[in-house]
Design a protein around this ligand. Structure first.
Ligand SMILES: [Zn+2]
Length: 70
């Protein structure tokens, strides 16, 4: 699952963590969690400049497990 952390200095970090134990799996960027909703007037782009067309989060971001819990 995705975890958003806001540190004291207002720095935001987005990480993928294990649904079971909460262990850190991977750092994510903003473009990893953007979804294209129909109300958008512009199409969001990912870090490679490609259009983001998904309208919900990828399953692997909703439910993720670390190596220990798999
Ligand atoms: Zn785990």
């Amino acid at each position: 699952m995705i975890k958003l952390e806001i540190k004291g200095n207002k720095q935001q970090t987005i990480t993928k963590v294990c649904n079971e134990c909460g262990k850190h799996i991977q750092n994510l960027g903003v473009t990893d969690i953007i979804v294209n909703n129909k109300n958008n007037t512009i199409t969001p782009k990912d870090s490679d400049g490609k259009d983001i067309t998904r309208n919900e989060l990828p399953e692997e971001l909703k439910v993720s497990k670390c190596k220990d819990c798999e």
